[in-house]
Write a protein that binds this ligand. Structure first.
Ligand code: BV8
Ligand code: ZN
Length: 257
């Protein structure tokens, strides 16, 4: 049983949002890196450190980078996977999981490749950009399973040769959607359909810059569905969000609950 979700004291939550939440039949929650920030997972906006400090995430999260220097890219993902495995779900993850138990229908769509929503108890999670814990062969696509235990990665990161595929001896690649790669069709279809049928949508911890994920709130907004953004900073979605709760997800989500 998870510890009780502590409520936060500050950002004002309009009563209208609570009324909408109580009346909602189908809620969509779209999350980005910001929902895992309070678990200690750096977001894409954060400047990277160590070996990665001279790179932007977009320069490493692509097939070209893997083809050019697979050990650098695999090392980066193993470094990130270690952070994910050492992290715990935070009150935002837990509140979203609890909200699903109290809503007739809740579709959780995430851009994150970590498994913190799963570990907080959420189910049927739509991973638009894949999952760091599900690598596959770059050549034949066969799934690869990591051994038990946390990767033994140095603080500053390192280059690391990826494992080979037992089926075709190809290189194993991270199970994520890289820039320039298409999203999994089924994930996109389910997410887009959920936004086309929901009556309330939360957009939590995303800079709303990466497409096509960033166009999902628009599918709801143009139907007149209320959209609630939760983010301490300004985002590309600011002028389209019906409500803008300027605060941390770990503070606001438990209070919504
Ligand atoms: C595709 C997995 C075509 C990998 C990721 C020019 C214009 C428009 C589009 C493009 C363009 N040039 C290229 C494109 C397309 C490109 C794109 O959108 N680029 C952007 C940079 C402009 N998109 C693609 O390439 C997509 N594919 O288009 O394919 C195609 C079609 C058919 C056939 C073949 C090809 C693929 C995009 C997916 C890339 N993969 N992730 C990995 O994780 O390594 S994207 C990755 O970055 C994330 O998944 C996420 O989507 C994005 C980062 O965004 P956020 O999650 O929002 O995180 P960010 O750090 O940006 O922001 C954090 C937010 O949290 C901030 O707002 C911050 O204020 C807030 N925050 C901080 N703390 C908290 C908080 N919020 C709440 N509480 C807190 N405590
Ligand atoms: Zn293979």
């Amino acid at each position: 049983m998870n510890a009780p979700i502590p409520a936060g004291p500050t950002v004002e939550i309009p009563a209208a949002i609570l009324a909408l939440l109580r009346a909602a039949r189908h809620v969509v929650v779209l999350t980005g890196a910001g929902v895992s920030a309070e678990s200690g997972i750096p977001t894409f906006r954060n400047k990277m450190t160590g070996l990665w400090k001279r790179y932007a995430a977009e320069d490493l999260a692509c097939a070209e980078a893997f083809r050019r220097d697979r050990a650098l890219v695999w090392g980066w993902y193993e470094w990130r996977r270690k952070l994910v495995m050492q992290a715990q779900p935070n009150p935002a993850h837990r509140a979203i999981a609890a909200l699903a138990e109290r809503t007739p229908r809740l579709s959780l769509v995430t851009q994150n490749v970590d498994d913190l929503h799963e570990r907080a108890g959420s189910r049927d999670i739509i991973h638009l950009h894949g999952e760091i814990q599900r690598p596959r062969c770059f050549a034949c696509g066969q799934a690869f399973s990591f051994g038990p235990g946390i990767p033994d990665e140095p603080e500053g990161g390192r280059r690391l040769e990826p494992p080979r595929c037992t089926h075709c001896n190809g290189h194993i690649r991270p199970g994520v959607v890289w820039f320039g790669e298409a999203l999994p069709e089924d994930a996109w279809d389910v997410a887009a359909r959920a936004c086309a049928s929901c009556d309330l949508m939360f957009v939590v911890g995303t800079s709303a810059l990466v497409h096509p994920a960033a166009s999902l709130p628009e599918i709801a907004a143009r139907r007149g569905v209320p959209t609630v953004q939760i983010n301490p900073d300004a985002t590309a979605f600011d002028d389209r969000a019906h409500f803008n709760l300027r605060g941390a997800a770990g503070e606001i989500m438990p209070r919504l609950l």
